[in-house]
Design a protein around this ligand. Structure first.
Ligand SMILES: Cc1cc2nc3c(=O)[nH]c(=O)nc-3n(C[C@H](O)[C@H](O)[C@H](O)COP(=O)(O)O)c2cc1C
Length: 166
């Protein structure tokens, strides 16, 4: 199953959403969409970190706190869609990744301390639209690419349209 992580803040008006929907239609893919604007996810705070550490230490991986992490872990292919905001992406996407980036679910370490990715997806596509023109690296994509590699997803693609507000 393809998991679409939709971080399109402007929802129906979003051109980024339009861009990934065109791709899904062209490729006739079955997919499920996670609308981040509809989720009630919060940035990690000290209580959440304490709880998470306790659950991981006790191997209580079936706790609902880890539902988003497992959904990400099990997807065969992942699409992340986020407009280009302030040289990267909306903060809501970072909050989502804070929920997904869980030790022993999406990454772990070997005895030698090497990072091992645990996500099952073979590919991650990153869709964005940009008001101006990129003048250097796409920092939103580069960040997500690095994180995907940490989760063991080494095949990533950057699909974007730029200059849309000019
Ligand atoms: C809060 C905010 C920050 C933005 N930051 C940038 C930026 O750093 N560089 C840029 O070229 N455009 C920027 N834009 C313009 C958006 O990238 C552009 O309008 C994009 O197409 C919005 O995507 P959407 O139609 O999916 O909402 C910003 C827009 C907003 C609302």
């Amino acid at each position: 199953m393809v998991l679409v992580v939709d971080c399109c803040i402007r929802e129906e008006e979003s051109r980024t959403r339009k861009l990934y929907l065109e791709y899904l239609k062209e490729n006739n893919l079955e997919y499920e969409v996670l609308y981040l604007t509809k989720l009630n996810i919060k940035p990690l705070d000290k209580e959440m970190i304490k709880k998470r550490d306790m659950l991981v230490a006790n191997k209580e991986y079936d706790n609902p706190m880890f539902d988003l992490a497992w959904q990400f872990n099990k997807a065969d292919k992942i699409i992340v869609a986020a407009p280009y905001y302030d040289l990267s992406f909306p903060s809501l996407l970072k909050v989502y990744f804070e929920n997904v980036s869980v030790l022993n679910i999406n990454f772990t370490y070997s005895n030698k301390g090497e990072l091992i990715g645990l996500a099952h997806a073979k590919e991650l596509l990153y869709f964005s639209t940009i008001g101006g023109y990129l003048n250097g690296p796409h920092l939103g994509y580069e960040y997500v690419k690095a994180l995907a590699e940490m989760f063991g997803i080494n095949n990533t693609k950057n699909i974007y349209k730029e200059g849309l507000d000019i």
